[in-house]
Ligand binder design. Structure first.
Ligand SMILES: [Cu+2]
Length: 107
């Protein structure tokens, strides 16, 4: 006769580690170099932190066209991180060099 212990032994092992339903989004980087944002267009999942790194030798900003966010002044070599919690298209530009434009699409 089968005992409860036999039945348990016959069951597949339960996984010890169950993956989280959604892992925290890895951060992304927008590098500022040669008067450009790179990548100029970036698509990310909502909640993803984006690190803006100024690799130029002059100051830049990444400033939301809608005024929702701003890295503030990024001196040469500086960086800052913005986390995007709103879905949609976020156009941005550099306050010192308005011809510099970028876009982050949050899905
Ligand atoms: Cu600039």
């Amino acid at each position: 006769m089968l005992t409860r212990r036999d039945l348990l032994k016959a069951l597949p092992l339960s996984p010890l580690v169950i993956p989280a339903a959604s892992a925290a989004s890895a951060s992304q980087t927008v590098r500022i170099r040669n008067m450009r944002f790179s990548p100029a267009e970036l698509t990310i999942d909502v909640g993803t932190p984006v690190n803006f790194t100024n690799s130029d030798n002059v100051a830049h900003t990444a400033t939301s066209a809608s005024g929702d966010w701003d890295t503030g002044n990024l001196a040469a070599g500086k960086s800052t991180t913005i986390t995007f919690n709103e879905t949609g298209t976020h156009d941005y530009f550099c306050r010192w060099h308005p011809a510099m434009k970028g876009r982050i699409i949050v899905v």
